[in-house]
Design a protein around this ligand. Structure first.
Ligand code: PMP
Length: 404
């Protein structure tokens, strides 16, 4: 038995972390992992999460019963308002189906599974993904029988957005195609469309009757402002674009391991939403029966209590601002102090956890082999891995590999 099971390669990011852990070099730096670290390279439990946890454990009525199949209503309801806007016309009309999922990954999976079964496919089942995208997207869609197709997104020449390439793909794709876009803080590039570009994207998506699959893993984490980072999602809802949104609280609440997320599907009518909800419940039941309660309870407390919500906004700012400061500092070191060849403005123009530095595979490998700085071979660095203690070392190492 299992003779014909091929050995799969290890996940590249987790492999990188293991190599970093095994390295005994004192100045080693981990710029691979997509998790926030404080200035001392430690995981950060948000103060508001600590507070909410205390409230939770001291609640004499807390039990460990099953949640409803679609999740904790106080969580899904507040999470929908957070991502779609509390004044959302879709929420007001009761057209939104919200299901609690196993973080953002689970939301992507459930959304993909639902589309695979119920979307009116125009010929072959395909999803348009940005090139590049979060590596898991391909696997998630393939798992449910949807074939990924690339659309141009990142332009290596400008280390920015290939807006024309993206717009051409939208207009060239067969009408009714499914397009996945990152709502903010694109992973892995850190390159987002501007609000004006989003408006044009929405117009083009509507014109071709495409379906919008939003993945939002970094609301608030990108700019430090929750409302600013859901601008694109709100704009698409206002325009009546048929869509769903995958939402994660891993990064913005620092609840990575608790797996807190939601899938929100915006339907044309309340009646359609009721039918969609019934089928999502059937799918969820067969996969996980009921979502986990702990993290959802923590987030529900924070979202529904104005004092805690204000504190959370502060905590989000703390994380986003530290990252923005690291961007500025790295840019300053490369351009003003080291005079590293090339233009490094993309470091400050990109947004969120990640930055595409523009260095190539050999240079990325050399950073790891020679300087013990761990990053993916596509030149992506996690800004959260930078701090005031290691940033000069990273800048100097980058300078060295660029000079060759
Ligand atoms: N989508 C994107 C684009 C991501 O970067 C991530 C996190 N790496 C996720 C979804 C999902 O993460 P999680 O399942 O931890 O919420």
């Amino acid at each position: 038995i299992w003779q014909n099971v091929p050995l799969a390669p290890p996940d590249s990011i987790f492999k990188l972390t293991a190599a970093y852990k095994a390295d005994t070099f004192p100045q080693k730096v981990n710029l691979g992992v997509g998790a926030y670290r404080d200035n001392d390279n430690k995981p950060w439990v948000l103060p508001v999460v600590k507070k909410a946890t205390q409230i939770l454990v001291n609640d004499p009525n807390l039990d460990h019963e099953y949640l409803p199949i679609t999740g904790l209503p106080e969580f899904t309801g507040a999470a929908a308002k957070l991502i779609l806007g509390s004044d959302s016309p879709a929420l007001r009309d009761g057209r939104v189906v919200s299901v609690q999922t196993i973080s953002g990954t689970g939301a992507n999976h459930l959304g993909a599974l639902f589309l695979s079964k119920f979307y009116t496919w125009n010929g072959s089942k395909q999803v348009y993904l940005s090139n590049p995208t979060w590596a898991n997207h391909q696997a998630i869609f393939r798992n449910v029988g949807i074939e990924p197709v690339d659309y141009p997104y990142y332009d290596p020449k400008t280390i920015g957005l290939d807006f024309d390439g993206l717009m051409n793909s939208i207009s060239d794709a067969p009408s009714g195609s499914v397009f996945l876009l990152h709502a903010c803080a694109h992973n892995p590039t850190g390159v987002d469309p501007t609000q004006e570009q989003w408006q044009q994207i929405a117009k083009a998506i509507v014109a071709k009757n495409h379906y919008m699959f939003f993945d939002c893993a970094y609301q608030g984490f990108a700019s430090g402002d929750l409302d600013r980072d859901n601008w694109a999602v709100r704009h698409f809802v206002e325009r009546g674009v048929p869509m769903l949104v995958c939402q994660s609280f891993a990064k913005n609440a620092g609840l990575y391991g608790e797996r807190v997320g939601a899938l929100h599907l915006v339907s044309p009518t309340k009646e359609a939403a009721d039918r969609v909800r019934s089928q999502l419940s059937v799918l969820q039941r067969s996969e996980i029966s009921n979502p986990p309660s702990y993290g959802a309870r923590v987030v529900a407390l924070i979202l529904n209590n104005p004092t805690l919500f204000a504190e959370w906004n502060q905590d989000i700012k703390t994380m986003a601002e530290r990252i923005i400061t690291m961007r500025k500092e790295l840019h300053h070191l490369l351009t003003e102090e080291l005079h590293t060849p090339g233009n490094w403005d993309h470091i400050i123009n990109q947004i969120g956890m990640f930055s595409f530095t523009g260095i190539n595979t050999d240079q990325s490998k050399s950073m790891t082999e020679k300087a013990h700085i761990y990053l993916t071979t596509n030149g992506r660095i996690s800004m959260a891995g930078l701090n005031t203690h290691n940033i000069r070392y990273v800048a100097e190492s980058l300078d060295k590999v660029v000079r060759g």
